[in-house]
Design a protein around this ligand. Structure first.
Ligand SMILES: Cc1cc2nc3c(=O)[nH]c(=O)nc-3n(C[C@H](O)[C@H](O)[C@H](O)COP(=O)(O)OP(=O)(O)OC[C@H]3O[C@@H](n4cnc5c(N)ncnc54)[C@H](O)[C@@H]3O)c2cc1C
Length: 511
């Protein structure tokens, strides 16, 4: 049996006994076989000494059991690593940031506590997956949509806490941004409800997110200040229709006015869907060239409204000389079976796992990589910045790949959230240690070069959370130091997810 670092075996045994008494012996996992299930299948250190590994796992089913587990860990100074469903593939899976931590696995806490159609929200526990919430809403016959990320098996709470995004309309795609009210357990076992939830017997917890006084919810995003045990989320009333258009241009420089128009339409809330930007210009297999740029413009809403909004969007885009605007199909909801079979279902609030087929084995790719991790810096949402990133990628790819073709893909331009442009570079990883080492060198090089241009990531795999945190170094790391001050105050023994997003407890802090 593995023992967490700096914990003596008798203290660990005492903690295991207390946890068994609190949650039931069958929900405390210490065998090698069980603990191996918490390995990160996409680890870039797979099978190497630096791979992050859990020592054990404990799976409470209620708030009171979470409190008991945390209190015991605090008493014996045992590091915990909280997961909800633990499917954080490409960002660390369910493995801890600090090797040897005990995984606090909340997937048994899987109750949908409330779905409110009239005010369009849900209150859920951490173990509720997108599939679970979709099923609960469907069973209840409620006319609301959820906003799933590509893999539907993840946790609504866990995805939001890691800064995840989905594919329906704004503002619902911003998963943390569309939450309303939290319940958290602090390192000493204390329970806190945020926003209106702090009112005893509150009737408006999921009706107003700000409550009264300083707003603390942001402290629990990408953090290690508490264990989140409940979260409210706004849901989207089913839109009558989705109307999509494609805007194309043959000229590279046209991305500048095209993006300005897109920004204007989104900032005016005339375009609310998950827009996509594709760079092209390459020769097509059957002849001809792909347009230099294609922007997909999806609009959700009542049919007569989206038709009018599309006319407005068309008038703005076609004012750019040389730009082509092509209206696509207007799809009325709910979709027919035939339509469902040919659309990307996450755009219609339907969770699924089809994303895993895209980069998997196919006649065109007989030996796919085991997985990918991404470097996803946020750059200003202007055409000039996008073109700068495109040139930056082209100029540095060979050098940062050591002159080899490592299968790195990019850049992918993502407009996940209002006002945000993410330029994603994808790195194939697998079980080949030599290849993984080359990818690590390349990844670290991209982080450094991008930071020199003022670009940094919004989310990172656990093994790179320190590296990225260090790029946010303004004024001698004052933001990190503030976070460390908070960490020391709310978790003085440093038991909750040490190291998550670069925040370490005092005793593990490096100089
Ligand atoms: C092919 C592919 C496609 C993907 N597409 C998307 C996508 O479209 N959008 C997207 O956002 N992601 C995407 N991902 C990334 C990831 O798989 C999802 O974000 C997934 O939902 C995260 O896993 P989870 O929901 O099980 O969260 P968890 O693993 O449960 O949680 C994530 C992290 O949050 C913290 N945490 C979780 N629960 C708690 C809690 N209760 N209290 C305190 N801290 C907690 C932990 O540090 C945990 O590691 C994709 C990954 C792959 C491989």
């Amino acid at each position: 049996m593995a023992i967490p670092p700096n914990v003596n075996p008798s203290a660990f045994n005492a903690a295991l006994s207390a946890w068994r008494a609190a949650v039931g012996p069958e929900w405390v996992f210490t065998s090698e076989e069980d603990v191996a299930l918490y390995r990160d299948a996409y680890s870039i250190f797979w099978g190497e000494p630096e791979e992050r590994l859990a020592s054990a796992a404990v799976a409470p089913a209620t708030l009171e059991q979470v409190q008991a587990v945390v209190r015991t860990a605090n008493q014996h100074r045992i590091p915990l690593y909280t997961i909800s469903t633990g499917r954080n593939l490409a960002y660390g899976g369910s493995a801890p940031v600090y090797s040897g931590s005990v995984v606090l696995d909340l997937k048994r806490m899987n109750r949908v506590l409330e779905v409110n159609e009239r005010n369009a929200y849900a209150l859920v526990e951490p173990g509720v997956s997108y599939f679970d919430l979709y099923d609960a809403i469907t069973r209840a016959g409620v006319d609301l949509w959820i906003d799933p990320p590509d893999p539907g098996w993840g946790s609504v709470v866990g995805n939001a806490l890691d800064g995840g995004a989905g594919w329906t309309a704004s503002p619902f795609r911003d998963h943390f941004g569309s939450h309303c009210g939290m319940e958290v357990v602090l390192a000493d076992g204390e329970v806190v409800r945020t926003g209106m939830g702090a009112l005893p017997d509150s009737k408006s917890w999921q009706h107003n997110r700000w409550g009264y006084g300083p707003w603390v919810d942001g402290l629990f995003r990408q953090s290690n200040f508490a264990v989140v045990t409940k979260m409210g989320f706004y849901l989207m009333p089913r839109p009558e229709a989705l109307f999509t258009a494609n805007v194309t241009s043959e000229r590279d420089a046209d991305i500048v006015p095209m993006l300005d128009v897109l920004n204007l339409l989104e900032n005016m809330h005339q375009v609310n869907g998950s827009t996509q930007i594709f760079g092209g210009g390459f020769a097509r297999p059957g002849g001809g060239r792909a347009p230099a740029w294609t922007i997909q413009v999806p609009i959700y809403g009542p049919e007569n409204v989206v038709r009018a909004q599309m006319q407005f969007a068309k008038s703005k885009f076609t004012a750019i000389p040389g730009v082509t605007f092509t209206e696509g199909e207007l799809l009325r909801t709910p979709l027919t079976q035939e339509q469902l079979a040919r659309v990307r279902q996450v755009n219609f609030g339907i969770p699924n796992l089809s994303t895993f087929a895209q980069l998997g084995r196919s006649p065109a790719n007989l030996d796919p990589a085991g997985g990918h991790i991404g470097f996803s810096p946020i750059v200003p949402r202007t055409g000039e910045s996008l073109l700068e990133f495109k040139a930056f990628y082209r100029e540095n790819l060979a050098k940062l790949s050591g002159g080899e073709n490592l299968g790195i893909l990019g850049p992918v331009y993502m407009t996940c959230w209002d006002r945000t442009l993410v330029c994603l570079i994808m790195f194939p990883i697998g079980r080949d240690k030599t290849h993984n080492a080359k990818i690590r060198r390349a990844f670290e090089g991209w982080v450094k070069l991008a930071a020199e241009r003022g670009w940094a990531e919004y989310r990172a795999p656990t093994v790179y959370q320190d590296l990225i945190a260090r790029t946010y170094s303004y004024n001698n790391n004052s933001l990190l130091r503030l976070r460390e001050t908070i960490k020391d105050a709310v978790d003085p023994n440093g038991i909750l997810s040490p190291g998550r997003y670069g925040v370490w407890p005092k005793h593990l802090r490096k100089a």
